[in-house]
Design a protein around this ligand. Sequence first.
Ligand code: ARG
Length: 585
Amino acid sequence: MILQTLRERFHSALSSLVEDPDQYLDLIRSSQDPKFGDYQANFAMVLGKKLGCAPREIAARIVEKLDGEDLFEKQEIAGPGFINLRLRSDWLADQIQKSLMMDQPGNVPVANPKTFILDYSSPNVAKPLHVGHIRSTMIGNALYRILRYRGHHAIGDNHLGDWGTQFGMIIYGFRNYLDEDHWKKEPIQELGRLYKLVRKLSDENPEIAQAVLNETSKLHHGDPENLKLWKEFLPVCLKDIERIYSRLGVSFDLTLGESFYHDKLAGIVDELIAKGIARETEGAIGIFLEGQETPMLIRKKDGAFLYATTDIATLRYRQETYHPDAILYLVDSRQSLHFEQLFQVARMIGLENMDLVHIKFGTILGEDGRPFKTRSGETVGLEFLLDEAESRALKIVCENDDAKKEGPQLLETERKETARKIGIGALIYADLSQNRESDYVFNYDRMLAMNGNTATYMQYAYARIRSIFTKGGIDSGELDELLRRACDEKISLIKLNEPEERNLALELLKFSDALDSVIRDYRPNQLTSYLYDLANRYSSFFEKCPVLRAEDDEIKRSRLLLCELTARTIGKGLDLLGIQTVDRM
Ligand code: ARG
């Protein structure tokens, strides 16, 4: 919010110097060291060069033009031409009060909303979800929520792999190795077993590998028997992933899997051939791309279509149906080449009036630094991770509750519910707080730690603030009423006399700027870092500034309001990441 305001002011100031002020506005940044004020504007160097003028002189001209009486306490030109800005405390106080009046903390929606399609989660469904699926699912979910909160139009699409070779495998397995009883009792486990079995067999035996391909091909050519089996399997698979989505609190606007595009593929291939974009290569059809050694195959020798063919059809469909400004693909870094090629093809077929972005991410590792596996070397099921996180959280919740001075406070059901939110929250936050492109090591103790940059720490901070209100018998309805009256009568309720109060207020007003920096390069860890800074500022404030025992009622009220906005901001921030809060823990 602050940055947005500063940009507007500097935009006008700069427009008397240059034609296109927009491109310089990124040079306004919050200062690393309070010695240099709250914000710094560093465009004098760049503009000095452009305008052939001493940077300090440019800085002076900008400051002179800057309309900031109401905003700045100090605007200082330092060194070679930095403009150091210190905001007025009464302006900060005013903005805090305004933020408290909004039903969503600090959120003025963006001026130019865009349409985004987010392709996320998108698992291959014939097998259970594994640890890696948390990345696409939760990073996608967070971006989706943040884009919407800022006022963009976001469409979430779960592009299921519901049509690939994995179905050939389970069809083949179903025909040859079915355990009838198991299928009746635990259908998804039985399909999972068949999938693993047949995959192993086809690795060892080329005849079985061929038989699997034949089953897949029969399915794709509409063989009634295979289609019937597919229709029987699909709901079983979907029910299984739905259960996990609901535990993670994730849902989608669209679930258009690969099968949805099947009848469009032949047409796409013909069209690309006719346009001279695709051609025959060793019996198959491929697209030869600049700078790439191997072509992108879109039809195999045996007539089967490929992953790439479906993605081209999907792109076309999305463009025609939703006219998006951008499509974001949340997929593992290992598919980088595929997306590079896909985006090149998109340009060749004229789909260039939108941003296509591969939002890639690294791998989750075990303590040994290798991809996270079970002891027996299998991938770790996502459901198992969720169970384990919840049960470890339950232990922590019980220990904490038992250790309370006044004796245990939580009912059994409350303990469980709290542990659920803490356990799942820890998993999600641990993932989102990483730089998404890096690999990271999975560790329950670290993610559930009460201190440090974890969900548990944030949830605890939230609960502690809420407990002040309970302890002080403060009615939040009364505070709202007070705010409304103060607003009508133009009275300021916020006092920022102590440096810790001012620091907290300043941080609170950076919330929507933090969200914008998430959106800038699609990094949810910008929001986790922000929340962590906010919680730390709150902690310093709380240590230094008594709230319920403040020296007078006015100060007490002001501090309670700062607490209130902090709780709302942390709560909203976590919510945007897909994490729930608890009032007591
Ligand atoms: N189902 C694919 C996989 O598990 C991911 C799909 C990603 N989305 C896409 N449009 N290609 O590898």
